[in-house]
Design a protein around this ligand. Sequence first.
Ligand code: UDP
Length: 323
Amino acid sequence: MILVIGGAGYIGSHLVKELIKKESVVVLDNLSTGHQKAIDPEAIFVEGDLRNEDLLNIIFSKYPIKGVMHFAANSLVGESVVDPLKYYENNVSATLTLLKVMLKHSVENFIFSSTAATYGIPNVDVIRESTVTNPINPYGRSKLMIEQILADYAKAYDINYVVLRYFNAAGAFETAEIGESHNPETHLIPIILQHLAGYREKVSVFGSDYETPDGTCIRDYIHVTDLANAHILALESLLERRNKTATYNLGNGLGYSVKEVIETCEKVTGIQAKVEIGDRREGDPARLIASSKKIHEELGWKAERDLTEIIQSAWNWHKNQMY
Ligand code: UDP
């Protein structure tokens, strides 16, 4: 049985839909940003908070948990700057409580959701896991702190882990049952699709004077189902003792500019977007592209879905939503 913390959230709920095909699953989620209806009905759901140590002890005593996947975190860069306390409490302190309880119950296998934000503003074209980490905001720092703590714990205690550094997760489940739903929405692809579905007046491009071919920021978009599959391979590598500690990037290895993403959304939907050029958003690096060569070589994973498929799946979900 696998404990998925944050299994009602965007990436966690997609992971549960894939994992449940292979393992029984307990989801712990406080529903602060997740949605109960997104949790696969075959999973056991415990509504509660990760910071509740007593509750964690009950869960680990009650269920035969052999591994933990941890998706529950706050993940908005701007918010982390104005409210760092929230980020260090929810992303760092809560994870320390979890690790403590895992050690107490001798649960050794841990998959940790990390982020491209650990790299800060990299000075390389394609980011490898060996690229220097230098986060520039509390969100990225909160994730890197746990990565560093995990390295120390794995040396001292019986804990094995895989850290997965996500680039830009996007897209929706193949049946369009679940998709990306944040409130407020800040991410590019859902914002464009909400606009094209008639729920936003326009799309604002955050800066067109970056040092990129069309002046807009370049990101590496990765389908949420591809991300989910990487988690399952990572878990198997721990359960089968092929991995003890590992850190992997998860991206397509391809970069698309904001303008290219808007154009692809227009092509997929057949609808013209109303676009305005706005100011840069603070803390946005010009270009973030992952090399995922390491996880390909070690676990055989690669992204299967391209930008058009990402946007098509997201649109299949978005066009049926009411905002
Ligand atoms: N972006 C934009 N307009 C929006 C939202 C995002 O131009 O309304 C840009 C943002 O500046 C970044 C890219 O789209 O360059 C992806 O942003 P998102 O928030 O989706 O992900 P992030 O890269 O911040 O994790």
